[in-house]
Design a protein around this ligand. Structure first.
Ligand SMILES: Cc1cc2nc3c(=O)[nH]c(=O)nc-3n(C[C@H](O)[C@H](O)[C@H](O)COP(=O)(O)OP(=O)(O)OC[C@H]3O[C@@H](n4cnc5c(N)ncnc54)[C@H](O)[C@@H]3O)c2cc1C
Length: 363
């Protein structure tokens, strides 16, 4: 069998976190591969909000496509493939250096460092017809979409602490908030219950049985939610709302490798994205419930920089120089020939991939 492709860095997950880590490690000269199976939370984002310099007419998928272009432009390898297992490779060269083998559906690679940027999945509400309005009336992220839903009737679906909290928080944006229990018993504690009763949030206990479309202003646009139907035969128009049924972290591969997890199932990391396993990093939504593109990008950058510091050969520490009894003319060969050639090629180009539209009115 031929040797698998060898990389310094392999990133599992091509969302904002993974692509940012990969962009950093690639532009810092490390041979990097990204594996991305289709999906992820970024793919559900119809309009990216709160991302400096990026118009909200851009979707998460468009953003990811630009990220792949940028990554490949600097020499990274993008594999549209699902990683199925990650294991340690036995020490071959007598060093303690970590080395990993990633088995994907269509091939395998080895890498010195692995990054899990695998995100999480929002648990969907159990309401027929509602899921098709994701991003257009059904939302999961208050910080992203409260502005879009402001000053109109809004629902919060759920029976947990976080549902109660989001319902009260939405009062900052609208005076018409319904908390929909969907025929389930509330799980929040007495303190939250007292807090909730003191806020003008309407609690609706009846089951939610269906969702209906709003009026279309543009036949070419995907429809927005119009409202919800209830088990008692009533209907209520909403501009939209949030489903709060928790998250499922995509942390199984990391757990199988021995990475510690937090109480709620996220991969435990330090500020640089180091997991509890040497040579293994994690970034973005899979490490916390912060659930923001911008935060995933920041995490990805921190992990990318940390990996570079971990892998780079220079500067050598004094202790290392003394140990090695290095001769006074220490050799520094610079970048490898293929990387040097690519750096020259990129430098010579006048345009580079990425979003470059002028703002409306400022053309
Ligand atoms: C509807 C919606 C709207 C949102 N709107 C906004 C917004 O306006 N502004 C904002 O800042 N944030 C928004 N968010 C949040 C934002 O999308 C996430 O915080 C962000 O995408 C997290 O990035 P990530 O890279 O950590 O994870 P993800 O974007 O989830 O990417 C993880 C990737 O890992 C891949 N993956 C998982 N397992 C494997 C495997 N085994 N092999 C290969 N690939 C794998 C998945 O396919 C996925 O693409 C929104 C989220 C949703 C759901």
């Amino acid at each position: 069998m031929p040797d698998p492709l060898a990389y310094e860095v392999a990133v599992v997950g091509g969302g904002p976190a993974g692509m940012t880590t990969a962009l950093y490690t690639t532009r810092l000269g490390h041979r990097t591969a990204v594996f991305e199976k289709e999906g992820g939370r970024h793919a559900a984002v119809t309009h990216v909000h709160n991302l400096l310099g990026v118009s909200e007419t851009v979707s998460g998928q468009q953003l990811a496509a630009h990220a792949v272009d940028q990554f490949e432009h600097y020499g990274g390898d993008f594999f549209p493939d699902a990683v199925e297992s990650v294991g340690r490779v036995d020490d071959r060269d007598g060093t303690d250096d970590p080395r990993f083998r990633l088995e994907a559906a269509h091939g395998a690679v080895e890498a010195e460092r692995v990054v899990f940027a695998t995100g999480f999945r929002d648990r969907s509400p159990d309401v027929p017809e509602l899921e098709r309005f994701t991003g257009r009336g059904l939302h999961y992220c208050l910080h992203c979409d409260a502005y879009t839903l402001g000053d109109a009737p809004v629902f919060v679906l759920g029976h947990t602490e976080s549902a109660a909290h989001v319902a009260m928080t939405m009062l900052n944006f609208t005076d018409d908030v319904d908390l929909l229990l969907d025929a389930r018993e509330p799980e929040w504690d007495d303190e939250t219950d007292a807090q909730l009763r003191a806020h003008p949030v309407d609690r609706i206990e009846t089951a939610v049985v269906s969702a209906y479309e709003g009026e279309r202003t543009d036949a070419d646009e995907q429809p927005w939610l119009g409202g919800l139907s209830f088990g008692d035969g009533t209907e209520r128009d909403y501009i939209g709302g949030f489903a709060m049924y928790g998250t499922a972290y995509n942390a199984d591969l990391a757990a199988a490798l021995g990475c510690e997890r937090t109480d709620d199932g996220a991969i435990a990391v330090d500020d640089d994205g180091n997991t509890s396993v040497d040579g293994v990093y994690a970034a973005g939504d899979v490490t916390h419930g912060q659930n923001q593109t911008t935060i995933a990008i920041g995490d990805g950058a921190a992990a990318g920089l940390a990996i570079h510091k971990d892998l780079r050969r220079f500067p050598k520490a004094l202790a290392e120089l003394e140990d090695e009894e290095v001769d006074p003319d220490l050799e520094a060969p610079g970048s490898k020939p293929d990387l040097r050639a690519r750096m020259r090629r990129v430098r010579a180009r006048r345009t580079h991939p990425g979003l470059r539209e002028p703002s409306p009115g400022r053309e």
